[in-house]
Design a protein around this ligand. Structure first.
Ligand code: ADP
Ligand code: MG
Length: 215
């Protein structure tokens, strides 16, 4: 199973969500692997912090230097392995391979004014991939980092509903300081504070992901 966090726009929450999903799905049923394709290696280093806390289970983090190595890894995909792939914040051959092979692509989008522009650019990439694989690539948009009080997302939602490449997820993540604080300790938001609003939101996302993939 391949879960891909992708958007060619940086700073939207791909790494944050990949981290919370991968650690949140860790249990005996699945072998979870976190694939960090980002040159910044954010998640590789967060996992190094996690390794220092003996109460936490570290993740298996994979990194690939070439598209071919990454393709070989994808060929080894199986029903009982879940790979959560953070592709990094730009359009690349690796990102396109990941999107084309994914069982689920999650694209975080916020309520900031530049977001609609970013989504429109990403749609062009999705159209190009769709042409290559002769199938319509559909990604799930996860509204992330939304203002906890009110968010202006009308234009964005109208655009997403019209496009054949996007579907909105039911889960929503709002701006919560715990997303930043928890990674500093190598934790996910649930491990950091299981009663927080961020925890509740991530639990909903995990549930929705399990439902979509039927796992
Ligand atoms: N829901 C959220 N609430 C608060 N901060 C968030 C949220 N999502 C992401 N962030 C913060 O935004 C910044 C960018 O997130 P990151 O996951 O690194 O984005 P990307 O991987 O897409 O570049 C980080 O500092 C992260 O802590
Ligand atoms: Mg990132």
């Amino acid at each position: 199973m391949l879960i891909v966090l992708s958007h060619q726009k940086g700073g939207v929450g791909k790494s944050t969500i990949a981290w919370n999903l991968a650690t949140g799905l860790q249990n005996k049923k699945y072998a979870i692997e976190l694939v960090d394709l980002d040159v910044q290696q954010t998640l590789f280093y967060t996992n190094e912090i996690r390794k220092q806390n003996t109460k936490l289970n570290p993740l298996i983090v994979k990194q690939f230097g070439t598209v071919n190595d990454f393709k070989m890894y994808i060929q080894g995909d199986s029903e009982n392995r879940i790979s959560v792939i953070d592709v990094g914040g730009f359009d690349s051959d690796m990102a396109r391979v990941a999107i084309a092979s994914a069982d689920l692509v999650i694209t975080p989008v916020s309520d900031k004014n530049f977001e609609l522009l970013g989504v429109k650019t990403f749609e062009k990439t999705l159209k190009a991939i769709s042409t290559v694989i002769n199938d319509t690539v559909v990604v799930k948009v996860l509204l992330n980092n939304l203002n906890p009080r009110k968010s202006k997302i009308d234009d964005l939602v109208i655009f997403l509903n019209k496009s054949s490449h996007f579907e909105l997820m039911d889960s929503i993540l709002r701006t919560r300081v715990d997303f930043d604080r928890s990674v500093g300790e190598g934790k996910n938001v649930i491990e950091y504070d299981k009663k927080s609003k961020a925890s509740k939101e991530i639990k909903n996302l995990i549930k929705e992901t399990i439902h979509i993939l039927n796992i």
